[in-house]
Every structure is written in C-alpha cells, then in structure tokens.
Ligand binder design. Structure first.
Ligand code: KE4
Length: 430
C-alpha cells in the first residue's frame, strides 16, 4: 500500500495543526503508524490521497449509518447551501428536525440543537445542575462524553487511547464535583448514589459504552440506575451520541425500554455535519434560556445545512426493516470475526450491540474499564496496520468501535472476514 502523499501531507499538517490532526485519536498514535489522509468516500468505501481504497468501519465515528454520500443527503445539503449557509435566525428546517426527534424519542418533549456531542452533554449537565440546585455529577470509568472540563475524569476514547490521566488545564475545583465509578457495578452505584444523593445533580451514562470499546450494560445495570435515580431525585442523562438512532430509531432507550430524564444526541442526527442535541421533559427543558435561567447559546446552532442533512439522514432510517437488515449484517460480521479467532487460536472477546462492535485482544470477558484495559493494545496495533494494508479501515484504537453501515455489502463483509483471518494467522506467526 503506497501512502507517500499521505506522509507528505502529514508532515505539512504537523507544521500548522497540533499533531497534524483536529482530533487526537485520528493521529493513530496508539496503533504505531501515521494516518492516511482521506480524499473522498462513497457508500462503504473510503479513498486516501494516494488513491488507495478501503472498506470503512469508522464511518466518521458513527454518523455514516447509510454509508458515505448518500444521494438524498448530498442533494439536500446542496439545495440548502444555495439559500445561504447560515442565518443565525429561526428556520423551518430546525423545527422539522426537532419534530422528528421528538416523535422518535418519547422521553424528549423538547430538544435544543447545538454543534457537537460535547456541547450537548456539557449543556445537559449544566441544565441538570441548574434544575436541581446540586453540583455533583456521576459518570462511569471509561465512558467519554466529549472534552468539557467536567468529563475529563477517567474518560474513554482519545483520553484512554493516549493514556492521558485526565487533562492539564482542568482545575481541581471543577473535577472535584465529578465522581467516576465503575460501569456495570450495581453495588458501587447504589452505595455512591445513596451516600451522596443530597449533592448529586445527575448521572450521565453511555447506555452502551462505546468509548472503552463496546461494553454492553449488564442485565440489571440500566434498570438499577433508573430506579435509584428516580427514588433519590437525581437526573438521569443518557448520552446517546453514539446509540441515538443507531440501536433503534428511538435509540438505546427504545432498545432497552428504559426512560431517562434527559438525552444527548449527535453524530447520526447531523448526517455527518456538525450537530449535537439535548432534550427531555418540557418541565426540565423549560429551564433553558430564554424561557428559563439556565444559559446556553450557539451562533451556528440549528445550522440550515446541518438540519437538512439530519432530516435526510433520519428519513432514510424510516425504511421498513432498516434496523433488522443492518443488524443482520453486523451479526454476520461478528460471527465471522469469532470464527476467525477460533480457527487461528487468537484470543478475542468480541462485544457487539446492534451494528457496532469491538474485538478486544484479550481472552477474558470485557464488562468494564478495568477489564477492557487488559487488552493487548500492541497486538491491536499490528492487526490495525495489517488490515489497513489489505484495504480495511478500522478505528485506530483498541478502545473504539467498528460500525456497520447499510452501505456495507455482503461482499465487503466477506472480504473483511477473510482479511481478519489472514491477519490473525499472521499474528500467531509473530
Ligand atoms: P463530539 O464533541 O466529538 O461531537 O462528541 C463527543 C461524544 C460524546 N458522547 C459520546 C458517547 C461520544 O462517543 C462522543 C465522541 N465520540 C468520539 C469517538 N468515540 C469522537 C471521536 C473523536 O474524538 O475524534
């Protein structure tokens, strides 16, 4: 695989952008190679500046559930751009997308659009604090809710990928109000919430963790969380930036039949353009300015092009059998990966929920951050580079997930399984 032009671009980029990237995980530091620079993509394929073609399982970290550049989304964005790219004023498009979100997710009576998942979670936490008058927030080790100060405590995604304990620049005064406890540990959850309920404003959780790799909730975890927070007057926030419109049209809360008080969205609702959102009960959302005293704002919130892309993306999700078809493809891929591990003797724990999954290079169950950290990240790095050389584009971190899109063909999946078996076999020869 010739990546000469990518190498030159990376050297140039590093002169003007920190690390040569606009988001740390893209630097591929944990997988021992330099990133390829992407030129274009269509459907399940992504093409780098050297003209190499890859089957894409990053899918822009989730938004590309239909694959890249679906005609409906491209035409919607092009049409909107001709009417100007931003007004900073109310538009019917943002009302239309808000209505689609409210109709899709019953727990959301009102929703506010922002420009990223980070803004969504940051705003939801501020709202929970303003609504309850309490300051402490509870998160879970290995979960990632974006890079707002309050969340950079034992966070996942790029924080765990780069081995950063938290982050310099985040004052102790801020993180003293953030309590991070183990995911899927009902006993610690109950003890923590009962002991501190008079100071806890909210619990924020990824209903399926996707930022320590894919870690599903245990059979009791979400129910325990909902029961305790309701009993103790604590706001329950589902961070559905990954799972929203991914696990079901109504998100993880439909998939698991658990109703949070507030929900954060992102990724899919923007169709690849910058969109985040937070929403929930009108009684709580009405505390947000201008109706209420909790302030949150944004120049480009509700941007017309982003709204047009989001509307088109969600409309495509409404096709009958969309999710059953998507999950059938994901199950086929997962089964193939497991068969490859068995046939080559490579120890893999594969966690999958719906259409996203992670193969952890470890032989024991992965149910939380500590067990995820048992993974052989060096072996993942070798696998990543081997797969890239064969035209398979995986997440450049053991602690991220692979997404299947509706654009992945059966041939794509069969090739990916075949290359996985080849890579695993090479790993056993090392
Ligand atoms: P953004 O601010 O990156 O749009 O969203 C933050 C966020 C919030 N909540 C969850 C559950 C998330 O997964 C994310 C962001 N996801 C990572 C990948 N796992 C973004 C990739 C990156 O940081 O480059």
């Amino acid at each position: 695989m010739n990546t000469i032009v990518s190498g030159k671009m990376f050297e140039m980029a590093k002169k003007v952008i920190p690390g040569g990237v606009n988001s740390p995980v893209r630097a591929c530091r944990s997988v021992g190679c330099d990133p390829v620079f992407i030129q274009k993509a269509k459907g399940s394929k992504i093409y780098d500046v050297d003209g190499n073609e890859y089957i894409d399982f990053v899918c822009s970290w989730g938004p590309m559930i239909h694959g890249h550049a679906p005609d409906d989304i491209v035409s919607a964005v092009k049409a909107s751009a001709g009417d100007s790219t931003s007004f900073g004023a109310p538009t019917t498009k943002e009302m239309a997308l808000a209505t689609m979100v409210v109709e899709a997710i019953p727990s959301i009576e009102k929703v506010r659009f922002v420009n990223s998942g980070t803004e969504a979670t940051m705003s939801a936490v501020r709202l929970a604090r303003g609504y309850t008058g309490k300051d402490v927030i509870v998160k879970f080790d290995g979960c990632y809710h974006g890079h707002a100060d309050s969340f950079l405590v034992k966070a996942g995604s790029g924080v765990v990928t780069l081995g950063i304990p938290g982050s310099p620049g985040v004052p102790e005064d801020i993180v003293k109000n953030t309590v991070s406890i183990p995911y899927n540990d009902d006993a610690v959850l109950e003890k923590t919430l009962r002991e501190k309920s008079d100071t806890i404003a909210c619990v924020i959780v990824e209903p399926v963790a996707g930022n320590m790799g894919c870690v599903p909730p245990s059979a009791t975890f979400l129910t325990k969380l909902r029961t305790l927070t309701a009993e103790l007057g604590i706001i329950l926030i589902f961070d559905e930036v990954i799972t929203g419109f991914r696990l079901a049209y109504g998100g993880a809360q439909e998939y698991f039949n658990i109703t949070p008080d507030l929900t954060c969205l992102g990724k899919i609702i923007g169709g690849g353009l910058p969109v985040g959102a937070y929403g929930g009960k009108a009684e709580i959302m009405d505390q947000i300015a201008p109706d209420g005293p909790v302030y949150q704002a944004g120049t480009l919130s509700g941007n017309p092009l982003a709204m047009a892309a989001g509307i088109a993306n969600l409309k495509l999700l409404q096709r009958p059998d969309f999710y059953s078809d998507l999950n059938e493809k994901a199950a086929f891929l997962a089964d193939g990966l497991n068969r490859s591990a068995e046939s080559t003797g490579v120890s893999i724990t594969l966690n999958r929920v719906g259409s996203f999954m992670t193969g952890f290079f470890v032989g024991t169950p992965v149910t939380d951050f500590n067990s995820a950290m048992e993974s052989d990240t060096e072996r993942y790095g070798i696998h990543y580079r081997q797969m890239l050389s064969k035209g398979i584009y995986l997440a450049p971190s053991q602690f991220e997930v692979a997404f299947v899109s509706a654009a992945h063909s059966w041939e794509d999946l069969e090739k990916s399984i075949k290359m996985t078996e080849w890579s695993f076999k090479k790993l056993t020869e090392k």
